[in-house]
Design a protein around this ligand. Structure first.
Ligand SMILES: Nc1ncnc2c1ncn2[C@@H]1O[C@H](COP(=O)(O)OP(=O)(O)O)[C@@H](O)[C@H]1O
Ligand SMILES: O=C(O)C1=C[C@@H](OP(=O)(O)O)[C@@H](O)[C@H](O)C1
Ligand SMILES: [Mg+2]
Length: 170
């Protein structure tokens, strides 16, 4: 299967790059969060509030298990690598790109965003600890790590497309 999964911490650019990459590579695009919001008819914070985080994590796994599209780009949510089953599905059904952004830049981008319930309920220190705690799972799940520091959305998109084409031709 020729899927491309974008993984990485909240605010690293998965949704922004995924959209651009799908346009550049002319491939169907899914934003996991948006698909879950559409499926439930409520926002991510409302899902966390009403059903709890574990239920949200089940929805992420169900999305991966039920996805039929073979050739597509998927921007995952930042917590998708928390479950080994998700890691396995992504590695076995596509190319996994880890967008590795420095925490300072991530915090600048997400600290005021009300749509991330984990950010709303946490201190900066707790989010930084989560960023560190998840790093190893991002690295072990990814086929390719893309450092995004000092790179524009356009530069990262073009580099990701180059890597995808390179690996397809290998
Ligand atoms: N490399 C970048 N340069 C500038 N802005 C970026 C970059 N990557 C992401 N952003 C911006 O940061 C915010 C969060 O990006 P988003 O794609 O929603 O992250 P994610 O889906 O990984 O949580 C968006 O406003 C996005 O435009
Ligand atoms: O890191 C996480 O646990 C989460 C990241 C979010 O997606 P983004 O990474 O697109 O913000 C969203 O799935 C939810 O708020 C949980
Ligand atoms: Mg996103």
């Amino acid at each position: 299967m020729n899927r491309i999964y974008l993984i990485g911490f909240m605010g690293c650019g998965k949704s922004a790059i995924g959209r651009r990459l799908s346009f550049l590579l002319k491939m169907p695009y899914y934003d996991m969060d948006k698909e879950i919001v559409r499926q439930l008819g409520m926002t991510i914070p409302e899902i966390f509030e009403r059903f709890g985080e574990d239920y949200f994590r089940d929805l992420e796994t169900k999305f991966l298990q039920n996805l039929q599209q073979e050739q597509c780009i998927i921007s995952t949510g930042g917590g998708v690598t928390m479950r080994k089953v998700n890691q396995r599905i992504m590695r076995q059904t596509g190319l996994v790109l880890f967008l590795d952004a420095p925490f300072k830049e991530i915090w600048r981008r997400i600290h005021k965003d009300p749509n991330r319930p984990i950010v709303r309920r946490s201190t900066r220190e707790e989010i930084e600890a989560l960023h560190k705690a998840r790093y190893r799972d991002y690295k072990r799940t990814a086929h390719i790590t893309i450092r995004t520091e000092h790179r524009s959305l356009r530069q990262i998109t073009q580099y990701a497309a180059f890597q995808v084409k390179r690996l397809k031709n290998e």
